[in-house]
Design a protein around this ligand. Structure first.
Ligand code: MTE
Length: 320
């Protein structure tokens, strides 16, 4: 397979984000309706787990999470039409269109490896493992933009405790569903599939690491990683792997897609760090999707109090 270099891919993204988003907001405003409002009105309440989890169904959030920020939430339309999901195209507008018919039901997630109780969960079973919480995170993406999204899910630690990691388990490896029949444009993405990611076990056990089923009070739209994804808010967006089908506990650091594709640009840790530049752009400032002016990026995306201790004594320039 011909693997394009990341520079070639990224270089083709020519519309600046603020311009794209503002144009989009203008168009949506002119129509007088947002996709979120439309989906909310036309879809029936989801009575899980009796009913299958379908993208865009209402989620009754059990409780607010203490991890919420008070920052203004990014409009639904921006978050659902400016995506990275290379299985459905490399253009930011492509996943919303090309993932429309992605079949996400029935769906199961296999949890295996160095655990006492390996098990395959249906997504409905997974949703019942813990009360769902709404967590409003400031989530940073790869190319210096950020979003603030009311995600719905629970700490991945709940699932990991359920399967009981063995003492030898040191890392968690994640894998996305891959089916070229459903993802014909994936061939042109220039990165290998299935998309894989990894976290150190202590990172994965951190209460901020979210196993995520929904956003904006509904189950995840396909382009945002339906029916279940990770959200790791103190790391760059590519660590937040979408449409999960496998979680495996392992002894050695597992492969991670962008790190494999371009190790000098994308490290395994990928903690948000304004002091370590990406080789081709500064990471010191970010543009919030929908805003014009850039704002300073915060260390660990503003979660330093919660997560800095995970990296005590590590040289974050080396382990970027
Ligand atoms: N997961 C899969 N399976 N495939 C992808 O291409 N892109 C990653 C991450 N998860 C990606 C993925 C990148 S680069 C980013 S920035 C975030 O998803 C984007 O998430 P969003 O589209 O919900 O904002």
């Amino acid at each position: 397979m011909l693997i394009k270099k990341a520079e070639e891919i990224r270089g083709s993204e020519i519309t600046p984000k603020w311009l794209y988003v503002n144009r989009r907001r203008f168009l949506t405003g002119a129509l007088g309706v947002t996709a979120g409002a439309l989906a909310g009105r036309t879809l029936k309440e989801l009575a899980w787990p009796a009913q299958r989890v379908m993208a865009g169904s209402k989620l009754n959030v059990a409780r607010k999470s203490p991890f919420s920020t008070n920052e203004e939430v990014t409009p639904y339309d921006d978050v659902t039409h400016y995506n990275n999901f290379y299985e459905f195209g490399v253009g930011k507008e492509e996943p919303a269109e090309k993932a429309k018919n992605f079949r996400t039901s029935p769906w199961s997630v296999k949890v295996s490896g160095l655990v006492e109780k390996p098990r395959t969960f249906s997504v409905e079973e997974l949703m019942q493992l813990a009360p769902l919480e709404e967590r409003i995170y400031r989530h940073r993406c790869v190319e210096a933009w950020s979003i603030v999204v009311p995600w719905t899910g629970y700490s991945l630690s709940v699932l990991l405790k359920e399967v009981a990691p063995q003492p030898k388990a040191k890392f968690v490896a994640f894998e996305t569903y891959y089916n070229p029949g459903q993802m014909p444009v994936a061939n042109y993405a220039g990165i290998p599939f299935p998309y894989v990611e990894g976290l150190r076990l202590d990172e994965a056990m951190h209460p901020l690491a979210l196993l995520c089923f929904g956003m904006y009070g509904e189950t995840l739209p396909n382009q945002d990683g339906a029916p279940v994804r990770m959200v790791v808010p103190w790391k760059y967006g590519f660590k937040s792997i979408k449409s999960l089908v496998k979680i495996k506990l392992v002894e050695k650091q597992p492969p991670a897609t962008w790190n494999m594709a371009n190790p000098s640009e994308y490290g395994f840790y990928s903690n948000v760090n304004p002091n370590v530049d990406h080789p081709r752009w500064s990471q010191a400032k970010e543009r919030r999707l929908g805003e014009f002016f850039r704002r300073p990026t915060l260390m660990f995306n503003g979660y330093a109090d919660q997560v800095a201790s995970l990296y005590a004594g590590m040289d974050l320039r080396k382990y970027f």
